[in-house]
Write a protein that binds this ligand. Structure first.
Ligand SMILES: Cc1cc2nc3c(=O)[nH]c(=O)nc-3n(C[C@H](O)[C@H](O)[C@H](O)COP(=O)(O)OP(=O)(O)OC[C@H]3O[C@@H](n4cnc5c(N)ncnc54)[C@H](O)[C@@H]3O)c2cc1C
Ligand code: FES
Length: 254
């Protein structure tokens, strides 16, 4: 069930000068939060940022009534969300969207880049609960763009690629040696920039492996009312914020 709820800023954890984890605390917390769900966050304090910003739910803690977000500051809203006072009030609408389907057996590969890594904490935890052998493949431009790998290592093996070779294997995620030789994964989950997800979907198609991708289309309302986030699929147009954000890549025609 969706909630519109006020939270207070509890902590900031800065990963570098433009990436941070924002943790909010409420008087209560909806705990039916699934891997891939997102929230629409109102940005307080700037008059011309009136649309809420869609941000994936990184993690939540029902004991402390906290919910956290991994945010890359790229514009007015995401910068302002990084500059609030501790204790300041933020309104969020959550949990929104569908979720990744968590496999019950086999081996899972999670491929992410940029802020697309956010859903992988919850997804990794759910896969671990089911004893699924899980590998995270995280890509970045340089070693300074690769985050949360210590957190992911709690749930499985972590592989890294960087375009300049400063960490892990050199190149894009699609160039990683995990895709050559004995490739025995039976599920791929991906989230990140569209070109990366399309390239991963292509590999999944060639290997005949089920693949799910989470789309980050431009959004306004986040609740299916404005239709600005619609995407074409082989089954007709779909509203990404309510019928996604997670789709099977075959449905997307990728
Ligand atoms: C479902 C979903 C989950 C997301 N999860 C995360 C996350 O976990 N962490 C994170 O850092 N970012 C995430 N994003 C992206 C984030 O919503 C945008 O970076 C943010 O809205 C930009 O707002 P801004 O005011 O800082 O930028 P603006 O100054 O408004 O614009 C800067 C750039 O952001 C893009 N943008 C602006 N508004 C939106 C919007 N409503 N939706 C998508 N793109 C937009 C614009 O095209 C522009 O290129 C997610 C987006 C979606 C749709
Ligand atoms: S953002 Fe309004 S319908 Fe999806």
């Amino acid at each position: 069930m969706k909630h519109v709820q006020d939270f207070k800023v509890k902590t900031y954890r800065w990963l570098n000068d433009e990436n941070y984890i924002l943790t909010l605390q409420g008087e209560s917390l909806e705990t039916e939060i699934l891997p891939g769900n997102f929230a629409e966050i109102r940005v307080p304090g700037i008059a011309d940022v009136f649309l809420r910003r869609p941000i994936s739910i990184l993690d939540f803690n029902p004991t402390e009534n906290t919910i956290s977000f991994y945010i890359k500051a790229i514009g007015k809203g995401t910068r302002q969300l990084g500059e609030l006072q501790i204790g300041e009030t933020i309104s969020i609408v959550y949990p929104l969207g569908n979720s990744y389907s968590v496999v019950e057996e086999g081996k899972a590969l999670l491929v992410g880049g940029g802020s697309g890594i956010a859903p992988f904490i919850q997804l990794g935890r759910e896969l671990k609960k089911r004893n699924i052998q899980t590998t995270f493949l995280i890509g970045g431009r340089t070693k300074n763009d690769v985050f949360l790998t210590d957190e992911f290592s709690e749930f499985g093996e972590v592989l890294v690629t960087t375009e300049d070779g400063s960490r892990g294997e050199k190149g894009f995620v699609t160039h990683h040696s995990v895709f050559s030789g004995d490739f025995d994964f039976n599920k791929i989950y991906t989230c990140g920039p569209d070109p990366m997800m399309k390239a991963i979907a292509k590999i999944a198609g060639e290997k005949n492996i089920n693949c799910e991708a989470s789309l980050e289309n431009m959004m306004a309302c986040g609740i299916g009312a404005c239709l600005c986030c619609v995407t074409p699929t082989v089954n007709g147009n779909k509203v990404v914020c309510t019928e996604g954000t997670v789709f099977n890549t075959k449905e997307l025609g990728w």
